[in-house]
Structures are given as C-alpha cells and as structure tokens.
Design a protein around this ligand. Structure first.
Ligand code: NDP
Length: 475
C-alpha cells in the first residue's frame, strides 16, 4: 500500500458548547437534577461537552410540551407541515459539513462516511417525508389518516443523526409531535438538530430533545402521555420495552439487532463481492444493525475469495476519523470495545481461527482492527451473537439450499446479501431468506423510499418509504 499524506478535515467549523441543557418547548432549559454526563471523542478520549441528564420530571415536562403542541401541529394542512420539513432538509444540507464533523467527533466514524453517507441520507429523509406530508390521504391508509399524538423516540449511537431523521421525519410529516432521546454516548448532533428546529421556526414543542441514559429512555417510553414509541437499539432493551408496553394503548415499532448473512455464490463477480463484503461488515466499524457479519461463501471459491479479501483488508486505513483517507474509525465507547474483545476471544476459545492485517493502533482512544474468523461453526458465539464491531465470521456452503438453511439459522432477520450472476437464483434465494431487506450484488444500501425493518428478534414495523408512515398513523 502506498503512503497517503494526512488529509484531516478541520474541526474549526464546529462550535461545541461546554455544556448543554434540554430542548423543551422550543427552548434550552436546565434539568431539575444536578446530574450531568460528559460526552467524549472516542478517537482521543477528549471530553467534548457536558450534557444534561433528564430525570422523570424533565421527561414529563417534554411530553407535556409535545402534547400541547399536538393540536396545532396536527391541524395544520399537510402542505404547511411540509414547508417546515423542506426547510429543515435544506438547513441540514447547508450545515452538512459542520454536522458531519460533529458526528465524527462524537461517534468516531470516519469523516468520509459521515460526510458521504450519513448526512446526504439525513437530508434525503427529510426531503422524502416532506413530500408525503400533503399526500397522506393517497398513501393507501384510507381517505383521512390521523396522527397518533406524542411520539416517544429512543435511538442508538451508531448513526445518531440518521436514526434521528428516520424517526422524526415521518412522525412530523404525519402530524405527530416528538420527544426524542439520543444515546448517552452520542448526543451532540441531536442537540445541534434542536438548534436547526429553532432556525427553521418550527413551532415550540413539536420537537423536544431530552438527553440521558437508559433510565431517561425508560421514563420516556413508560410515560402515560406518550401515544407511540419508536425504538432502535439492542434486542434486549427492545424486549424490555415490548414487555412494559404490552396491554397499553401505545403503538410500538422496534428496530433491533441483526446477524446478517452475506452469501457469495461461485458465479459471483469476485472483486465486486470483496468490496461488498468489506462494505457489509467494516462500514461504520461494523456498528451497523444490518451488517453482513456472517460471510457464507460457496466452498469451491472459498480459498480464492479469502485470499482476495485478506489482500483487500490489508489496504484499509485505520486511524484519525477526521482524516479523509481513513476507512476504519474508532469504536464508539470503552464498553463496546470490551464487548467486541470478549466475543472475539470467545471465537478463538471455541476453535475458530482469527486473522487481522498488520494494522498500527493509535495510543489513545478505542480501536479494534478489522478481523476475520475462519473455521467458524454455526454453534460458535461469533456466528450467533451480534458483535457490533469490525469482526467477520466466515462459513462455507455447497448448495443453495444449504446457504438458505444456514442464513436463516439465527434468531435475527434484518438483512441479507446475495452475490450471483443468475437472476433466477437471486429470486429463489430472496423468497426463502427470512430477512427484512435482501440486497442483490450490493450491501448496506439505503434509500429513504425503501422500507427497512426486521423479522423475528430483529423487531417489527418498518421505517422508510410509504411503509414508514404506517407506524405514525391511527389506522
Ligand atoms: P441499547 O439498546 O441499550 O441502547 C439503545 C437506546 O436505548 C439508547 O438510547 C439507550 O440509552 C436506550 N435505553 C437503554 N435502556 C433503556 C430502557 N430500559 N428503556 C428505554 N431506553 C433504553 O444499546 P447499547 O447502546 O447498550 O448497545 C448494546 C448492544 O446493542 C450493542 O452491542 C449492539 O449489539 C446492539 N445495538 C444494536 C443497534 C441496532 O441498530 N439494532 C444499535 C445499538 C446497539 P443509553 O445509550 O443512554 O444507554
């Protein structure tokens, strides 16, 4: 690999305040409790800011603000609501560079990804749902679909601003008001979004942002004034939420974990498949619920594919996420790093063979090299559990039926990928794979017009597309 000169993106464009309050009823307010949390840059462990910790009383205040705003917002003609959403989308585009740098600082993801993937998709989601706001009567949900009321939304740390967009854009388009809790380790872009709501003159209370940890999330989803809960995160917490909401009138959508199979047949274009495998599992350090974390490769080409894959992994650059050449950024937190290490050690202990390219690791921050395991059995933990890191488990198969059997042998069902030249085989596979999304000769492709969601323990409900409106309408 030839050397690249460093090409760091400047962080000057970002103005991070030393301390943030809560965004309630269109204003920054102080929480009632004293507790605060420091959010750090996972690439350097530098403290970026102090963030308020919302307790039950703060969550109550936010829900009440959203409830108060609901009659006005929901009664507004869809074309008027659309104007606000279009305005937000345009401001996001205008501030894209600043938001990308902020996301990279708080999350650890490479600037190339926040700039070229996250931010364009965030703006696209707001544009897309702005377009639906005045067409709800033609969306196939009856002539007069009504919003639900206050949506309580809890999002994770892997795509902080994108998950916010997936949740807030359809909720607002349908006429709901929102209280959103970002993840504890990545609150800064949600707080910047609060500022964007003010810039867009969004009526007070339509969007409220409460920061905190799991307890804040629990207070929000269990608040009696919340009419709809939308959650993205771990299956474990999703299960807790489903249990606590059972028997209530609240509508619930859950987008949970995954253990996707990326299936490569012997007729697949190998170089393209290698790129797709790399993008499938090493994109965003593997912190992707739909990551292609299990590679199923047809036995006859396994040796050739592995050789090409290892060669390609040797060219990935790990390091400063703000450097425009970086492919692999930092792991989001010390806790997540410990989890990835633990599962990787379990992989070795259970007999799989571990391989990583030679890869210098920075002294400070949380890092994990791109790693692949061969000799993986379906019973191994690394083949069954979501690692949520840059770790690929490689398994082989001989026939399409065996590939289907192995791909579906998981409690999850969020996504899958199939690499083959034969359209008939592709369709045969797609009809048998129990996954919400099946990509063909590509992986990790997202589009606001395309629904996304899970089967089995990956959750229920769909986000994106016309389907994404359904979770926010009373049908
Ligand atoms: P969690 O499911 O714990 O977190 C997701 C969100 O839910 C966060 O905002 C979190 O707050 C909040 N939360 C936590 N507990 C509760 C609760 N009882 N009620 C309501 N909200 C709650 O995921 P983690 O961040 O702990 O990650 C753990 C594992 O989950 C990862 O290793 C990965 O395997 C998986 N994961 C899957 C994701 C996906 O997209 N499917 C996304 C993120 C994680 P806070 O962050 O403040 O704790």
């Amino acid at each position: 690999m030839f050397e690249y000169a460093p090409a760091p993106e400047s962080r000057e464009i970002v103005d991070i305040r030393p301390s943030y309050g809560l965004f309630i009823n269109g204003e920054w307010v102080e929480p009632q409790g004293e507790e605060r949390h420091k959010t750090v840059n996972p690439a350097t462990e530098e403290v970026l800011a102090e963030v308020a910790w919302a307790g039950e009383a703060d969550v109550d205040r936010a829900v009440q603000a959203a409830a108060k705003a609901f009659p006005v917002w929901s009664a507004m003609p869809g074309a008027e609501r659309a104007k606000y959403l279009f305005r937000i989308a345009r401001i996001i585009q205008e501030r894209a560079r600043e938001l990308a740098v902020l996301e990279t600082l708080d999350n650890g993801k490479p600037i190339r990804e926040s700039r070229d993937v996250d931010l364009p998709l965030v703006a696209a989601h707001f544009f897309y749902y702005a377009g639906w706001a005045d067409k709800l009567a033609y969306a196939g949900f009856g002539p007069d679909p009504r919003p639900l009321g206050v949506a309580g939304q809890v999002i994770p740390w892997n795509f902080p601003l994108l998950m916010l967009a997936w949740k807030i854009a359809p909720a607002l388009a349908c006429g709901n008001t929102v209280v959103l809790k970002p993840a504890e380790t990545t609150p800064l872009t949600a707080l910047a979004f609060a500022d964007i709501c003010r810039q867009a003159d969004l009526p007070p209370g339509v969007v409220n942002i409460v920061t905190g940890a799991g307890g804040t999330g629990a207070a929000l989803v269990n608040h009696p004034g919340v009419d709809k809960v939308a959650f993205t995160g771990s299956t474990e917490v999703g299960r807790l939420i489903a249990r606590s909401l059972a028997g209530t009138r609240k509508k619930l959508t859950l987008e949970l974990g995954g253990k996707a199979a990326n299936i490569v047949f012997d007729d697949a274009p190998l170089d393209q498949a290698v790129e797709g495998i790399v993008n499938g599992i090493f994109f965003n350090q593997g912190h992707v619920c739909c990551a292609g974390s299990r590679l199923l490769v047809q036995e006859s080409i396994a040796a050739d594919l592995l050789e090409a894959l290892k060669r390609r992994l040797g060219t990935l650059r790990l390091g400063d996420p703000l450097d425009k050449n970086t492919d692999i950024g930092a792991i989001n937190s010390a806790e997540q790093l410990a989890k990835i290490r633990e599962l990787s050690e379990a992989g070795e202990a259970e007999g799989a063979e571990r391989w990583s390219p030679a890869c210098p690791i920075p002294d400070r921050g949380y890092w994990f090299p791109p790693t692949l395991f061969t000799g993986v059995a379906q019973s191994h933990r690394i083949a069954r559990e979501e690692i949520f890191g840059p770790v690929l488990s490689v398994l082989t198969f001989r026939t399409p039926a065996e590939a289907v059997e192995k791909a579906n042998n998981t409690p999850y069902g969020l996504s899958a990928g199939v690499w083959t030249e034969k359209a008939s085989l592709m369709l045969w596979m797609a009809s048998r794979l129990r996954a919400g999304v099946v990509w063909s000769n590509t992986f990790n492709r997202f589009d606001p017009a395309s629904p996304f969601g899970g089967f089995k323990e990956s959750g229920y409900g769909r986000e994106g597309g016309r389907h994404g409106l359904e979770g926010y309408l009373a049908l």
